[in-house]
Design a protein around this ligand. Sequence first.
Ligand code: BTN
Length: 332
Amino acid sequence: MMSSIAIPAILDRLAHVGVDGLPYPNSCQDHDELELCRSWHYRIECREGRARLEFDHDQLVPSWIVAETPAVAWEALRTEGYLEIGSTNECALRRARQGASAGTLVFAEAQTAGRGRLGRQWFAPPRGGLCFSLIVCPLTSSSRWPLLTHVASAALAFAIRELESEDMIPVPLDLELRWPNDVLISGKKAAGILLETVGTGSSLSAAVVGVGVNVAPGSLPPELQGSAISLSEAAGVRVPRRRLLVRFLYHFQLGYELFARGEHQAILERWKRFSRMWSDTPVWIMEGERTRPGVTAGLTDEGALRVRGADGVEEVILAGDVSIRRSQSGER
Ligand code: BTN
């Protein structure tokens, strides 16, 4: 198991006492925990013998996340927060196997072994963005579980639009969902979703919805800068991460209610509001080493993509990457 650094308990104590703050230094352990939080850029002011946590909408403080997230689809949100972890998905899968309940959220300031789709890595440096994994335990047929990625990507899109309406994002972003679950801003990837499950075959007991969002400017390595973007870079201001997270959790629950009731078309309609490329769009289909042209022809009830090949034959793509074909040779 990879090493991890849990968010120190003193952070929630500071959040609870509010403007009064805590006596500083109270004990050696408090001192060490405070300094650890400060070294991870939690905004803790130490003045006149007291330590106070400054309130803003960015800091990932567990008790603030719980307090600000309305519970719609599960009784209560439970959080497990880390400063650094290998992968929040890995941790959430372990917790789900140990019986953690639906609505358990594992989040981290940084991941050292973040996973992406199709065996890729997900880059998540300290405070670069959001990386979190949510455990859900659907009772519906597992053949429909892939729709959870549509629930999640649409929830991110709704959350971004909400931050725009609150002026936390001062310009309307050129936002699009790319099948199956990428959030693009101005044609570049700003967020991705990795759905993993617990169990085998048709007897799955839980799913982990892993979400990674590039938020901070300068959080992307040079090799990704042509194809990826951070929300703050696109918005021209620092986008507050906790506000985005709690609004995501709200919209995810709304979508999850539809999912639990079997209203799959409604989920796809929510997703389609943010996507143009699922119908009548020339695309490149990339599966492993193979890339071929096609034209999109709608979605199946499970959210898979229908594509018509050059020979006119229609097929269903379950996994893989799809990008818009702008010309014979050019692609996004
Ligand atoms: C993709 O676009 O390839 C999916 C990326 C998913 C990354 C997130 S970050 C939080 C969670 N933990 C992981 O290890 N991966 C997901």
